[in-house]
Write a protein that binds this ligand. Structure first.
Ligand SMILES: NC(=O)c1ccc[n+]([C@@H]2O[C@H](COP(=O)([O-])OP(=O)(O)OC[C@H]3O[C@@H](n4cnc5c(N)ncnc54)[C@H](O)[C@@H]3O)[C@@H](O)[C@H]2O)c1
Length: 360
């Protein structure tokens, strides 16, 4: 998962000039990517591309691209485009990504980066063959709070991690192309895997499709890890509360990241439960500790800006992104296992780590 050097940069991608970027798909989310690439000094927003002309017209005065087009071929045939950023609906990620990589472009793809691990592997293989940077939009891996949590976990401040649970709940936006897990959970899964630095051994999940047949609106998924750590992901687009929370329970301390808090996003609880072997009664046997609550002061800019700058840096330095294709593939494997488990009534599904176990 560390940034590592890639070999043999494509011809002029590391030249001392702005990286020339095209953003494809400027709907609800892609317009944020376009705005960032329009603002970053060492990037040049060459194109915004969308099938909907009205989206292009609305965004053009905001982020001032050099050109607007409804034609994806025009983007990838242009030799003056270094990198293609894809924020179209999930089923189009693989076909558009493959075409951009075949044209030798460095490519960023929003989550979920493909609709199956077979598609994900094809994207990785083509990127490696053509020596292109391939990055997946796992935004939370670039969030300063997640960075801080990673430091706390790696330094042992939280103790051994017992479990992590995430809640990503909302009323809407309801999708037809993918279920709530594929739409929401890539963020949570990528964070849990990033924080723990390992893949789960097995998954079980339950979900229900209330609105559209075969498209689960609500999912509860449990991941088991080698060292008894567990991860639980709850996603729903039918919930009364908008919730974006990650809770980490360690043997020494506990942490809660509430992304909807405007300032105090992270709270560290000095709380715990320990067994005392020198005891006279049960109350002494189990010791509960209620300590202080610490709210670290973190400078939190826009995580999306950090993510965009990371992509540009990988292009310029020919390095592997933190959320590279393998990171995307590991998340796809979890999503596939969860779907399988749901279809089997919540049965435990073992994760096949073949071709994806590159967490370092
Ligand atoms: N990282 C995040 O936090 C985050 C947040 C929201 C959405 N997303 C992801 O971003 C992607 C897009 O989601 P959205 O909510 O913006 O969807 P959206 O439907 O609002 O926008 C998608 C846009 O893509 C355009 N499009 C479709 N096919 C195209 C093609 N072949 N060429 C050019 N344009 C095309 C559509 O016209 C539309 O404007 C999804 O993968 C979603 O999961 C990520």
């Amino acid at each position: 998962m560390n940034t590592t050097s890639m070999t043999d940069a494509p011809a002029d991608a590391s030249a001392n000039r702005p990286v020339r970027v095209a953003v494809v798909g400027v709907g609800g989310w892609g317009k944020n990517l376009a705005r960032n690439y329009g603002q970053i000094q060492n990037a040049e927003l060459r194109y915004i591309c969308d099938l909907e002309k009205s989206n292009l017209e609305a965004l053009q005065p905001v982020c001032r691209p050099m050109a607007c087009t409804t034609n994806f071929q025009e983007v990838i045939n242009d030799p003056d485009v270094d990198a293609v950023v894809i924020a179209t609906p999930a089923p189009t990620h693989h076909p558009l990504g493959m075409q951009a990589l075949a044209a030798g472009k460095d490519v960023y793809i929003e989550k979920p980066f493909a609709m199956s691990s077979a598609e994900g592997r094809e994207l990785i293989e083509l990127a490696e063959k053509n020596k292109c940077v391939l990055m997946v939009g796992h935004l939370l891996e670039y969030h300063p709070v997640v960075e801080h949590l990673k430091e706390l976990i790696d330094s042992g401040e939280l103790g051994g991690i017992r479990y992590i649970y995430t809640q990503r709940l909302n009323l809407g936006t309801i999708r037809a192309e993918e279920n709530a897990l594929w739409n929401f959970a890539p963020h949570d899964i990528s964070v849990i895997l990033y924080l723990l630095g390992q893949q789960p051994t097995d998954i079980s999940a339950r979900g229900q499709a209330y609105l559209q047949p075969g498209v689960e609106d609500v999912m509860f998924m449990v991941m088991n890890f080698n060292d008894k750590a567990m991860g639980h992901v709850h996603v729903s687009w039918l919930d009364p509360h908008k919730t974006r929370k990650i809770t980490i329970v360690g043997s020494k301390r506990m942490a809660v990241f509430d992304d909807l808090e405007s300032t105090e996003k992270l709270k560290i609880y000095d709380k715990g439960a320990e067994l005392n072997l020198d005891y006279n009664n049960f109350a002494e046997y189990v010791g509960l500790r209620f300590g202080d609550i610490n709210i670290p002061h973190l400078r939190i800019g826009e995580p999306l800006r950090v993510e965009c700058e990371h992509f540009l840096s990988c292009i310029r330095n020919r390095t592997t992104p933190r959320s590279d294709g393998y990171d995307g593939l590991r998340v796809l494997q979890v999503l596939e296992a969860a779907d399988k488990s749901v279809s089997q009534g919540g049965d435990r599904v073992v994760i096949d780590k073949k071709n994806s176990d590159q967490i370092q």
